[in-house]
Design a protein around this ligand. Structure first.
Ligand code: MEV
Length: 325
């Protein structure tokens, strides 16, 4: 069996994070400037079933049987083996490298899962369909996030802009999957500047806190979720009709609603204001919040200036991304 490699991109949520966990639509797009690479190499002299896992970015170099069963990398390997009905994987080494910052809202966990699942299935000579890759990655998202919507594994697997609605528990029991996933047209490309607060913020925590807030005051939170849902629908219309400049005010409103949900932070608010002052048409946090990344809609000729203003205001790094399809 020859060596096999696979890549997976990062992602940003343009609209609808958190509300999507509670049944509202969200829009996410892949970000190809950052990515995960997974490579599986055969160990010709190794004993069948011995899988060595190296993720040196996170100081991991271990055998599969030394990892906890709910370690995300162990779960990815086991997920592939179970899906393919393979009880003993030929001896191999799985190497994972990533340029996606961890716990920053850019989909690092989902990208690791997708790249590893594709690399291992490819190495075993049985590539999986996107739907199967996404389903395995979703199970691993539950380890990362507790109660994920499924949007991260979906956008990273399909590597296309997605409009995503999680189905209710009852509807999930139906055969046609756990979510309504629609790809849609980006009639006119637009430019997004991503600014990283440099503060790691695990999504599990913020998703849990929003759930707790909803439990304590369901009426208020449902009003917030519905307001985000209606912004997301307007955003899709703006993107499909070729008026991306209309996204700016919608982003500002989405950021305010996320603040009311309790998932913004002084650092995110500071970068959002800095982006607007530097000429952004609108800005918001993106992903789980409390840290991680914010995004700003930039007139293309001002993108570099906005990125530089973000770095001067404390952003650990910035990415300028053209969103198109
Ligand atoms: C994380 O990228 C987006 C959240 O809405 C969580 C989820 O949808 O699983 C915060």
């Amino acid at each position: 069996m020859p060596q096999f490699s696979a890549h997976a991109p990062g992602k940003i949520i343009l609209f609808g994070e958190h509300a999507v966990v509670h049944g509202q639509p969200a829009i996410a797009v892949p970000i190809t400037q950052v990515r995960v690479t997974a490579t599986v190499t055969p160990d010709i002299r190794g004993k069948a079933g011995t899988v060595r896992i190296q993720a040196l970015d996170v100081d991991l170099d271990a055998r599969l049987d030394e990892l906890d069963r709910d370690h995300p990398l162990a779960a990815a390997v086991e997920g592939v083996a179970a899906t393919l009905g393979i009880s003993r994987i030929p001896a191999c080494t799985l190497r994972v490298t990533s340029t996606i910052p961890v716990a920053s809202g850019l989909g690092s966990g989902a990208a690791v899962s997708v790249a590893v699942v594709r690399a291992l299935a490819g190495f075993l000579g049985q590539p999986l369909a996107d739907e199967q890759v996404s389903a395995i990655a979703f199970e691993i998202e539950k380890i990362h996030h507790g109660t994920p919507s499924g949007i991260d594994n979906t956008v990273v697997t399909y590597a296309q802009p997605v409009y995503f609605i999680k189905k209710s528990a009852a509807a999930r029991a139906q055969p046609r999957g756990a979510a309504l996933i629609e790809t849609f047209t980006i009639a006119k490309p637009f430019t997004i500047v991503v600014g990283d607060t440099g503060i790691a913020s695990p999504t599990r925590q913020t998703v849990g806190d929003v759930r707790a807030g909803w439990g304590a005051d369901p009426g208020h939170y449902e009003t917030l979720f519905a307001a985000v849902g209606s912004l997301t629908k307007s955003a899709r219309q703006a993107i499909e009709s070729g008026h991306p400049q209309r996204l700016g005010p919608l982003m500002d409103e989405n950021h305010a609603l996320l603040g009311e949900m309790g998932v913004s932070s002084p650092e995110l608010d500071h970068l959002v204001s800095a982006a607007r002052e530097a000429g952004a048409l609108g800005a918001k946090l993106s992903g789980g919040g409390r840290g991680g990344n914010m995004i700003a809609l930039a007139p293309p000729e001002q993108a570099d200036q906005i990125a530089s203003a973000l770095r001067s205001s404390g952003a650990a790094r910035t990415i300028v991304a053209r969103i198109e399809r």
